[in-house]
Design a protein. Structure first.
Lengths: 219, 462
């Protein structure tokens, strides 16, 4: 997994490079927008970790360049700007995710793993949470290495919860993931799926957050 | 407050009144002279009339011992003029000074000196105008008399009829001036209205089309001022954004290096953990100061839009997932979907700080409950916890900047800087909402109630 880090702050970049290398990523660090665009002319990294506030050009331009070339690169924006519009603009311009500075290194790694999975690379296609393993490449769920029989929607629901382990998923958000906008969704559909899912999973694997949604806690 | 309109109306009406008065006085004096001439001519005409009738009867009258008396025969009542003025008052005197005939109202004595011309004489308690004129055929003299006061009254009533409309016209003129000035000053009042209706954050220039030349200067100056204000706001915003960037990047670097340090050293020295704590506190403080600056009324520039407060509350709960799990806090949401007019980022900050406080001050395994209720035309947001709460006598002070409950004795494990509730209060004030602190429904703890006006647009979409 090759990551291109474009960040003009040397102190921060060195810290990120150390942390990513320790976690087994191959990292190339460039501190100028111009050198980065020259690099991107030659080869496409798997993941581009992009600081928007570069000294010599707007990071957004690099993002546009990557999208123009139709690289399969996943782009994670690092930004110190806090205005919501800046984030929205970044996502609209084709970024896959954004992270606001300052961030915990665990948060950065978690985001990178999600992007990695999207790239479809085998080693990260497996998500493990406690006794549950999700094989996203083969759409399989395993409990203590035994496959569990899940319907398509139950699998999608479990994947949404397990992918964001420790993060509450709202009922509305889950409905959005399971159904397209024109599907008729009864008000208790998610509850029914969760009920069925719970029967097949260890007790208390899925926690209810009353009035908000559901969560798979970190094990 | 001074009003241009009132000032102009008073001034113009005063000028009109004064001019009218001067014209009336002038007209009065002129008319009086004219009336005098008219009355004198009437006396001359009467001499003519007497000459048609009287000389023929000279022989009859001169033989009589007492003068012939003519009572007033005028029975024609065409108007309500006083009869005395319509009557012909005369004496006929022969060349020897003997009275031949007279009208009933005049005495037997000859009233004036027999000398051709106009004279003033006093008798019967009145002042009279007398015309002495020689009669035809050398038959003596006619003395024609008219009472001065009657003449004066008649003249005056004639003149008053002419002057009175001028007086009545003054209030009418005043009303017309008021109305016309209203039309004339309309651009001023519409300019004032435009300024009044503007939001404090609306710095668009004023349109100069259809602006009268007198106001163009003012509007241009105002536009210039607005432009400078806007650029200063933008500079301020850019500065805040730059400051945020310049502060966050080194803190991010510190955090990463500190985490790397914790990984690299084994065993980890206690100071490394202290270092991490210090960085966390600095990060928190910087974020809160940036938020305080961003939501300060002087810098706040956003336009309010209808937004789903309930969805925002859920979103904030979701983003606090880690902090909630870390302290194993049971979070719960209840209520109906509520819409308010507001700024998403500011409200998110507010809810985040309220939930953050609840998490921070609630012990492990505690409980926090959030509600959004629609109550009539109001939206109520409630955040309650079962932490230690705040003593009632401190409710007023906790919104002060950098004020922390129990001061330095505060549990140092809970990072805080005493800005959280100041920011909350600032956002509440920006949205013209109310905030109220009270005891939570649990055995202990705090209940924060924020009351907004419900969004009308939100109602329509539900």
């Amino acid at each position: 997994m090759h990551i291109l880090l474009v960040e003009d702050d040397g102190l921060l970049a060195e810290g990120i490079v150390t942390a990513l290398k320790r976690s087994g990523f191959a990292v190339t660090w460039l501190d100028k927008g111009k050198t980065a665009s020259a690099y991107l002319a030659g080869e496409a990294p798997d993941i581009l970790l992009l600081d928007l506030g570069l000294s010599d050009m707007d990071g957004m331009e690099l993002l546009r360049l990557v999208r123009q070339k139709q690289f399969p690169t996943q782009v994670l924006i690092l930004t110190a700007r806090d205005s919501t519009t800046a984030k929205v603009m970044g996502l609209d311009a084709g970024a896959d995710d954004y992270l606001t500075k300052p961030f915990e290194i665990d948060e950065l790694l978690a985001r990178l793993r999600v992007l990695e999975r999207r790239l479809g690379n085998a080693p990260t296609a497996l998500i493990q949470v406690g006794p549950i393993i999700l094989d996203t490449a083969h759409h399989l769920a395993l409990l203590n290495n035994e496959p569990i029989n899940l319907s398509r929607r139950e699998y999608m629901l479990l994947k949404a919860l397990v992918e964001h382990v420790g993060i509450i998923q709202t009922k509305e958000g889950l409905e959005g993931k399971l159904y397209s906008w024109n599907d008729e969704v009864a008000s208790n559909t998610i509850e029914v799926h969760i009920h069925n899912l719970r029967k097949k999973l260890p007790a208390d694997f899925i926690r209810t957050v009353r009035g908000v949604g559901y969560m798979v806690p970190r094990q | 407050m001074k009003s241009i309109r009132v000032f102009l109306v008073v001034l113009l009406v005063a000028i009109v009144t004064l001019a009218n008065f001067a014209a009336a006085v002038r007209g009065y004096l002129g008319s009086m002279d004219e009336a005098e001439r008219l009355f004198n001519q009437r006396l001359l005409q009467q001499v003519d009339l007497l000459n048609y009738l009287l000389p023929a009867r000279y022989e009859d009258y001169s033989r009589q011992h007492s003068p012939e008396t003519f009572p007033s025969q005028n029975k024609t009542d065409l108007s309500n003029e006083s009869p005395a003025i319509a009557e012909l008052q005369f004496q006929w005197v022969d060349n020897n000074g003997t009275l031949l005939a007279r009208s009933a109202a005049l005495p037997d004595e000859i009233i004036a000196e027999l000398k051709t011309g106009y004279q003033f004489v006093n008798f019967n308690h009145y002042r009279w105008h007398v015309l002495v004129a020689p009669a035809a055929n050398n038959t003596g003299w006619y003395l024609l008399a008219e009472r001065d006061d009657q003449r004066y009254r008649l003249a005056e009533s004639m003149i008053l009829q002419a002057v009175l409309p001028m007086v009545i016209a003054i209030p009418i003129i005043g009303l017309v001036i008021w109305w016309v000035l209203g039309i004339g000053l309309r651009p001023v009042s519409s300019l004032a209205k435009e300024f009044h209706a503007r939001e404090a954050t609306d710095l668009r220039p004023i349109g100069l089309q259809d602006m009268p030349s007198e106001l163009t200067q003012l509007s241009q100056s105002a536009n210039e001022l607005l432009r400078r204000l806007e650029s200063s706001f933008l500079r301020e915003q850019r500065f805040s954004a730059d400051a945020a960037h310049e502060l966050r990047t080194p803190i991010a670097a510190l955090m990463i290096h500190c985490e790397n340090l914790l990984h690299d050293i084994d065993p980890v020295p206690d100071s490394a953990y202290k270092l991490q704590q210090g960085i966390k506190r600095m990060r928190y403080l910087v974020e809160q100061i940036l938020l305080l600056n961003k939501t300060s009324p002087d810098h706040f520039m956003s336009q309010f839009k209808p937004l789903n407060l309930t969805a925002l509350v859920k979103q904030v709960i979701v983003s606090a997932s880690d902090a909630l799990s870390e302290k194993n806090i049971d979070v719960e949401f209840d209520g109906n979907e509520c819409w308010v007019d507001g700024d998403t980022a500011a409200l998110e900050t507010m809810i985040n700080n309220l939930l953050g406080n609840a998490i921070k001050y609630t012990p492990e395994g505690g409980k926090t409950v959030l509600h959004t209720w629609l109550r009539g035309k109001e939206v109520v947001l409630e955040v309650s916890d079962n932490g230690p709460g705040i003593p009632a006598d401190q409710y007023g002070r906790v919104f002060d900047r950098f004020y922390r409950l129990y001061g330095d004795r505060h549990d140092s494990r809970t990072p805080g800087c005493g800005l959280g509730l100041s920011i909350v209060k600032q956002v509440v004030d920006l949205h013209h909402a109310r905030i109220h602190l009270t005891r939570s429904p649990f055995e202990s703890g705090l209940l924060v109630i924020v009351t907004f006006t419900a969004s009308e647009k939100g109602d329509a979409t539900q």
